[in-house]
Design a binder for this molecule. Structure first.
Ligand SMILES: CC(C)(COP(=O)(O)OP(=O)(O)OC[C@H]1O[C@@H](n2cnc3c(N)ncnc32)[C@H](O)[C@@H]1OP(=O)(O)O)[C@@H](O)C(=O)NCCC(=O)NCCS
Length: 250
C-alpha cells in the first residue's frame, strides 16, 4: 500500500514535467529495491513540491540555511517519514544530529541521499528496524564521471591501478562508482572517514562490492572488517547501498 503511494507521488511529479519520464523514475525506485534486502524499506523520487514543512524542532536543529537547502531538507525528510511509516513509525521528527546525520527514532535506523537538479533531481531514504539491521548507508550520484584531479583523493593505490588498467573512456565513471560505494559505506559507519581508509573491490560478476577498512588489511580476521554493498547504474544515476547485518561493526 505504502509502496503504491510512493509510486503515485513519483507519477504525479513526473506528470508535471520535472522528470524525463515516469518510467525512468519508477525504474530508479525499482533499482534501489534491487540492491537492498527486504528488511530495508526504501522510498525514492524527485524533489517534492508538496513536502511537509520541517517541524520547529527539526528547523531549529539545522541552523542557518538558504531556500534551496530548506527544500532539500524538507523533501529528504518527507521521503524518510514515508519510509518510516512502512515500518510502523508515524508522526516522528527527524532533527539533524551533531554529525549532520538524521536523528532516527528509537528502534529505527536509516540513511538519506539526494542530488538536486533542474529535472527534479533524485532523493532516496532507506530505513530499517534496528533489531533486524545493524547499519545502512545509501548514496546517489549523477553519473557524469569524476574528474581525474580528484582521483588521488578518492582512490587507494590498488584502486588507482585497477582504474588505470581500464580503457580510458571507462575510467572516470568507474572512479565515480567507487566513490559512490565509499560514500554509502561511510554513511553506514556514521563517522567521518577519509576515502582512502576504505578499499573497494567490485565483484567480478553482478553488482556486489566489498568495502574493507584498510586499518584491518594486515589483520588475520579481515572478514570482520569487510562490509558488503551493491552499486548499480540506472537512468543516469549511480546508486550504492551498504547494509550491515545486525551484530557486525567496524
Ligand atoms: C556529509 C556527507 C554524508 C554528504 O554526502 P553527499 O554525497 O555530499 O550528499 P548526500 O545527499 O548523498 O547525503 C547527504 C545526507 O547524508 C546524511 N548525512 C550527513 N552527515 C552524515 C553522517 N555523518 N553520517 C551519515 N549520514 C550523514 C544526511 O541525511 C544528509 O542529508 P540531509 O542533510 O538533507 O539530511 C558526506 O560528504 C560525508 O561526509 N559522509 C560521511 C561519510 C564519509 O566520511 N564519507 C567519506 C567518503 S568515504
Amino acid at each position: 500500500m505504502i509502496d503504491k503511494l510512493d509510486e503515485a507521488e513519483t507519477f504525479r511529479a513526473a506528470r508535471i514535467g520535472r522528470l524525463s519520464s515516469v518510467a525512468d523514475s519508477l525504474a530508479l525506485l525499482q533499482a534501489w529495491r534491487s540492491i537492498l534486502p527486504e528488511q530495508v524499506f526504501i522510498t525514492a523520487g524527485p524533489l517534492l513540491d508538496n513536502a511537509t514543512p520541517l517541524t520547529a524542532h527539526e528547523r531549529a536543529s539545522v541552523g542557518p540555511l538558504d531556500a534551496q537547502r530548506l527544500l532539500e531538507l524538507e523533501s529528504g525528510r518527507a521521503y524518510a517519514k514515508r519510509a518510516l511509516a512502512m515500518i510502523g513509525y508515524h508522526g516522528v521528527e527527524l532533527p539533524v544530529a551533531a554529525d549532520r546525520s538524521p536523528s532516527w527514532p528509537t528502534g529505527a535506523l536509516g540513511s538519506l541521499t539526494h542530488v538536486m537538479g533542474r529535472d527534479g533531481g533524485h532523493f532516496a531514504a532507506a530505513v530499517a528496524r534496528n533489531d533486524t539491521i545493524g547499519a545502512v548507508g545509501i548514496d546517489v550520484e549523477r553519473e557524469d564521471g569524476l574528474h581525474p584531479r580528484l582521483w588521488d583523493h578518492v582512490l587507494t593505490r590498488q584502486e588507482l591501478a585497477r582504474i588505470l588498467a581500464l580503457p580510458v573512456a571507462a575510467r572516470a565513471t568507474e572512479t565515480q562508482i567507487i566513490w559512490c560505494a565509499k560514500e554509502a559505506a561511510g554513511k553506514a559507519a556514521r563517522r567521518p572517514i577519509e576515502p582512502t581508509e576504505l578499499e573497494v573491490e567490485r565483484d567480478r560478476d553482478g553488482d556486489g562490492y566489498t568495502a574493507t577498512w584498510r586499518h584491518s588489511l594486515e589483520e588475520r580476521d579481515r572478514s570482520a572488517n569487510m562490509w558488503h554493498g551493491q552499486v548499480i547504474r540506472s537512468h543516469g544515476f549511480i546508486l550504492a547501498a551498504v547494509v550491515v547485518p545486525k551484530g557486525r561493526s567496524t
